[in-house]
Design a binder for this molecule. Structure first.
Ligand code: SF4
Ligand code: SF4
Length: 109
């Protein structure tokens, strides 16, 4: 028992200080999908490829629901313009439903 306690004290704290100190997510981390509206032409391929139907394209307006996104990367792979990337963002909760949507206007800078 004393041996275990001594080892634990010697080893120190293994956990991070989150949320007081935030470490960057790993480079390969798939966080919130983000659309570069300037590159987007509203072709809808990302919406067609999305397995959770989290992307809606109506005319030039695109809405991505982060609440149902499963961070699979299909939208990124299907975009012919290279307009979709995964950000490093992982703190994605919201107090209201609208806060779960990211909205874009295709062609907007
Ligand atoms: S990452 Fe996957 S689930 Fe999320 S919006 Fe893109 S295709 Fe849909
Ligand atoms: S993000 Fe890419 S795949 Fe989705 S509507 Fe825009 S151009 Fe098309």
């Amino acid at each position: 028992m004393m041996h275990t306690i001594a080892n634990s004290i010697k080893r120190g704290t293994a956990t991070t200080k989150y949320p007081k100190a935030r470490e960057a997510a790993p480079l390969s981390f798939r966080g919130k999908p983000v659309i570069d509206a300037g590159k987007c032409d509203a072709c809808s391929r990302c919406a067609d490829a999305c397995p959770s139907r989290s992307i809606k394209v109506e005319s030039r307006s695109i809405a991505v629901c982060i609440g149902s996104c499963v961070f699979c990367g299909a939208c990124l792979d299907s975009c012919p313009k290279g307009a979709v990337t995964h950000s490093q963002a992982f703190e994605l909760s919201s107090k209201d439903k609208e806060g779960l949507y990211e909205r874009y206007e295709a062609g907007a800078k």
